[in-house]
Design a protein around this ligand. Sequence first.
Ligand SMILES: Nc1ncnc2c1ncn2[C@@H]1O[C@H](COP(=O)(O)OP(=O)(O)OP(=O)(O)O)[C@@H](O)[C@H]1O
Ligand SMILES: [Mg+2]
Length: 501
Amino acid sequence: MHSLTFSNMSKAYGGVPALADVTLHLAGGRVHALMGENGAGKSTLIKLIAGVVRADSLTVIKDGQTLPLTNAQDAQDAGFRFIHQELNIVPQVSVAENILLGRALPRRFGVAVDWADLRAQARAALKFLGATHIDVRALAGDLPAGDKMMMKIAAALVAAQGTPADLYVFDEPTAALTGEESDMLFAVIERLRAGGAAVLYVSHRMDEVLRICDDVTVLRDGARVSTKPVADTSKAEIIQAMTGRDVKDAYPPRSSAMGDTIARVENVQTRDLHDLTFDIKAGEVLGVSGLAEAGQSRLLRLFMGLNRVQSGRAEFDGAPLPNSPAQAWARGVAYIPRERRADSLCLNMAIRSNIVLPHLGRYGLRAQKRRERRDAVDMGQKVRLKSNGPEQPVGQLSGGNQQKVVFARALLGNPKLLLLDEPTRGVDVGAKYDIYLLVRELSAQGCAVILTSTDLPEILGMCDRVLVLQDGRQAHLLDRAALSGSGDLLTRFYSAEQGGQ
Ligand SMILES: Nc1ncnc2c1ncn2[C@@H]1O[C@H](COP(=O)(O)OP(=O)(O)OP(=O)(O)O)[C@@H](O)[C@H]1O
Ligand SMILES: [Mg+2]
């Protein structure tokens, strides 16, 4: 079994330390969790050992020998493989090409690319992952998020052929996966561990860390707070180490009454949704649930004017549904899409500009920038954004903090209807609880909320009613009594569905 030590890891950006003198010991056959709040330095640590960001200091010792590590090739040669937080895929080419990206492509007679061989190798890698349903000839950009992740993992495995890999690093791999896909991934990690590789695993999901990891290191503000075997610690202790405070891993109760109906949908059919009939009241939190891609995002997009009503009746705030996103924002509908980075942020623009983007109509010409700044700072504080100020480009923020910018944008301008698509994905425990509190606060102000989540406890903890979708069709509309009642319909629905697959 190999032993790996990364010591004195430091990195500062413009004089601000992102990682300060951190040391990490990893061992073959063990899965090591790396935890910490958004912006704690996890991805920075990973980028240093991947050689993609230049370290201010870093020493790598493998089995007693010091290794050079100044670029990505060094990391490859050392046997390190990475699945980064931002999935760098090439959407316009096939899955097979993405999987073999960066390797010498198989050639026939030394000239033409041997497509059959290419596809066979890609298929073999996907088979190892248990992801045989992915067509290697499909365009990578067309895959659902979970399949994109599987494709990236397959690429890391393929890169590992030839040179043996001793370390696999996963940066929040399950953030975009469904429960089923996560289980598939855990089985793969188990296989890698059994094969003697060391695994470094970043996740905000406490339960999965406790389930699959052997050791856990916690970072806070770029420094290492603790390292312990998972068996010798607890959820509460990890949260305390991460946040320096006691944070509840729970759901705040509803404290206000609901108001009048604000949106109503009757027998609505769109190109890809059917049989929708429900209403939502001011202050209500309506959950939308179902298996992956059952239509949850499409349902939210209906209220953004991005999915047209073909038949049936639908109204919001006394008028037909908005017919464009601009109109939706102007009428008080705020939206947090699932693919936040890709769908909603301008990475090279300032935090301020990103937050005020859909609200520009609110600002006159006078003192516009000053008022924008004030709003951006206010909203940033509300969501506990960690940044160097409102003018910092969003692309420089940690993954979780980028998401908070999207949140801040949605909260600006007192929405009447807030659409949340997987709002707590990739968000740390502290921020997660803050988001729940914000939802409660908005409810109390009369804002209706529609929330999708693949996290069943989150749905049960936050929602007043739950609409269950099945292949784009409304299958159930469950009220609180049905949710908390003895039968617990939703849980049964989930297990029946998943058991049946
Ligand atoms: N290119 C950059 N320029 C300036 N600052 C940066 C850059 N990349 C990261 N940082 C800063 O370094 C700090 C650590 O960020 P990092 O991405 O490592 O956090 P993280 O622990 O991965 O958080 P998350 O859970 O949100 O992904 C943050 O304060 C971030 O703003
Ligand atoms: Mg990160």
